[in-house]
Design a protein around this ligand. Structure first.
Ligand SMILES: Cc1cc2nc3c(=O)[nH]c(=O)nc-3n(C[C@H](O)[C@H](O)[C@H](O)COP(=O)(O)OP(=O)(O)OC[C@H]3O[C@@H](n4cnc5c(N)ncnc54)[C@H](O)[C@@H]3O)c2cc1C
Length: 323
């Protein structure tokens, strides 16, 4: 891991549904809540198929030092972390870590555009408040399926008025990324949290506009790819490995469970440590990472084993490890 996780206990003080598939939890840590910067998340211990695991959740709002607020979207096609969270009643206790920040907000830029896609609104609530406090020039565009699906919109609109714009697909209102990016001041920054397709489109528009790659900041929630997950076979001929990757496991999980050494860190397709060489693929690769470039993804020569999958057959790989 890039940081050590220290666990403590918290009580669920309040639960409320903030959209049909988004549930907010107010967590009161026994040892008090730590201060945190916008973009921070905590890790929460979950139980999936009887096995301990953990999931990360962005902290909603600035926090008052007594509690953490998180909001969890219910995933239908998931391994079970969000289902576990949704099964918890008020008063339940759970283990969580102190806040960590992999999506920090940099102050001092002439202009900011925040783009939230669906559940990607969670880190943006605190970012909006922080920017408002500094008097910076900023806007937020909130992309969601419909008004009903847009969690926290009422609060955001009440606090920030016309700075919060919406693009709801049921109203047929598209986000024109090229136009939004063209209208930004030089040196402006774009912060985006949302699904992979939205991020890919934003990265393409950002690059087309000739803007510095480092000024597009993003966080992905390791969400789904272009295809629904399905089982496939993973083969490593040099090690005599031929395994089935079940629908609810990754290539990395499957190789680790079989005792194959693969280096890994973030486990959400960002750091690239678990990238493996692709020797062949029967079917297609569903690249779900944000580490490989578009060119690398098209060439299908490498795969991020922690998130990406094969569809329609099998994949033959090699690992960097040489005994
Ligand atoms: C820094 C950070 C902050 C986050 N903040 C939030 C937040 O504020 N709110 C929130 O709801 N979530 C957040 N998440 C995501 C959250 O941690 C969980 O991933 C989410 O709750 C889903 O967990 P799950 O076990 O239900 O689903 P998962 O099994 O993790 O499935 C999630 C998605 O991955 C796909 N998937 C399912 N199985 C596989 C598989 N075997 N291989 C690859 N993909 C698969 C599914 O299609 C689904 O779209 C955050 C994640 C990170 C890293």
């Amino acid at each position: 891991m890039r940081y050590a996780l220290t666990w403590s206990t918290a009580r669920i003080a309040n639960i409320r549904d903030v959209a049909p598939t988004i549930r907010e939890f107010t967590l009161v840590p026994e040892e008090g809540a730590r201060p945190y910067a916008p973009g921070s998340h905590i890790n929460v211990a979950v139980v999936i198929d009887g096995q301990p695991d953990h999931r990360s959740y962005s902290l909603v709002g600035a926090g008052d030092g007594s509690c953490y607020r998180i909001a969890v979207r219910q995933h239908e096609d998931s391994r079970g972390g969000s289902r576990y969270m949704w099964s918890l009643p008020e008063g339940a206790r759970l283990s969580l870590t102190e806040p960590h920040n992999l999506f920090p907000l940099e102050f001092g830029r002439p202009e900011y555009l925040l783009i939230a896609g669906g559940i990607g609104i969670t880190p943006m609530v605190a970012m909006a408040s922080a920017l408002a406090r500094t008097g910076a020039s900023w806007r937020m565009i909130y992309v969601a399926k419909s008004l009903t699906d847009a969690a926290f919109l009422d609060d955001l609109a009440a606090q920030h008025g016309a700075r919060i714009e919406t693009r709801f697909s049921d109203e047929g209102r598209r986000l024109d990324l090229d136009a939004e990016i063209a209208a930004l001041a030089p040196e402006a920054q774009l912060y985006l949290c949302g699904p992979l397709r939205l991020l890919d489109a934003a990265r393409a528009s950002w690059a087309k506009a000739g803007r510095a790659a480092a000024d597009l900041r993003f966080e992905t929630f390791a969400s789904g790819g272009l295809f629904a997950p399905e089982p496939f076979r993973v083969k490593i001929p040099r090690l005599g490995v031929d395994l089935e990757v079940p629908v609810d496991r990754t290539i990395l999980d499957t190789l680790e469970a079989a005792g194959v050494d693969v280096m890994a860190d973030c486990r959400r397709g960002e750091c690239g440590l678990c990238v493996l060489d692709v020797l062949g693929v029967e079917g297609a690769i569903d690249h779900r990472d944000v580490f490989l470039s578009d060119h690398e993804k098209q060439s299908n020569a490498k795969i991020c084993a922690c998130v990406s999958r094969a569809v329609g057959g099998s994949i033959t790989l090699d690992t960097a490890y040489r005994p």
